[in-house]
Design a protein around this ligand. Structure first.
Ligand code: PRT
Ligand code: MG
Length: 205
């Protein structure tokens, strides 16, 4: 048995066509059901649907053998127990520092609101800057508006969300795309099976 963990939302939407091209698909009625464990056309492969940040957790602990998760999520989770094997080039976006256009970002103790604490720390440390990080789990764009922070570090795709909140992208932290990850134990015990699918997925990119 192989279990593949996908996150609901855009990663699911963009992973399914990729997996289909590789020969693995989930029937539409399975997808429309409210089930969280879905059957595929291959009898011994199941797909589980999770929250994005839970994908590496399930894979780390072996509750899923394979997962697809954004690099943003993987950088926050750390690499313990998982191998990152492929850059799938889907669900691309940019992790960016954003603020009001006039905000001075060279303050001595910049207040940064973000859900991406590790990436934010690393980015500002590399520039030799001390920052105060305020951890949020969503609606980061609100923080500078209400004076909770001077800027935010968040994912940007079209830029529409920033624009709607009078914020502008100021600095690129890093480019993000979704990655295929494998439980490190499964990689040994199910090596043959996993490799077959890895090759098929790689070919369909
Ligand atoms: O529900 P949850 O809080 O878990 O996440 P979500 O609904 O914001 O995103 P979801 O579940 O659809 O997908 C999350 C994954 O998709 C992330 O881990 C990224 O790897 C990837 N991804 C790609 C994005 C975006 N693009 C993106 N634009 N995840 C989130 N966004 C959000 C961003 O946080 C901001 O609020 O979209 C908004 C900005 O989009 P634009 O187009 O207005 O710039
Ligand atoms: Mg979502």
């Amino acid at each position: 048995m192989l279990t593949i963990a996908l996150s609901k939302g855009r990663i699911l939407e963009q992973s399914l066509p990729l997996l289909k091209k590789a020969g693995l698909f989930v029937a539409p009625d399975e997808l429309q059901s409210r089930k969280l464990i879905l059957n595929t056309n291959i009898e011994n492969i199941k797909v589980i649907i999770l929250r994005a940040s839970d994908v590496p957790v399930f894979v780390q602990h072996g509750a899923a053998d394979i997962g697809i998760a954004g690099k943003d999520v993987l950088l926050e989770h750390g690499s313990s127990g998982v191998f990152e094997l492929l850059d799938l080039g889907i669900s691309k976006c940019r992790l960016m520092v954003a603020s009001n256009e006039k905000q001075d970002l060279n303050l001595n103790s910049l207040k940064v609101a973000t859900k991406y604490v590790n990436s934010t720390k690393e980015f500002f440390h590399a520039k030799g800057k001390q920052v105060e990080i305020i951890k949020l789990s969503g609606a980061m764009e609100l923080a500078p508006i209400v004076g909770l922070s001077d800027c935010i570090v968040d994912l940007v795709d079209t830029g529409d969300t920033l624009k709607a909140n009078n914020l502008v992208a100021r600095e690129l932290v890093r480019n993000i795309s979704s990655r295929l990850i494998i439980n490190s134990a499964s990689f040994n015990t199910k090596h043959k099976e996993i490799n077959v699918w890895l090759k098929k997925i790689e070919k369909s990119l």
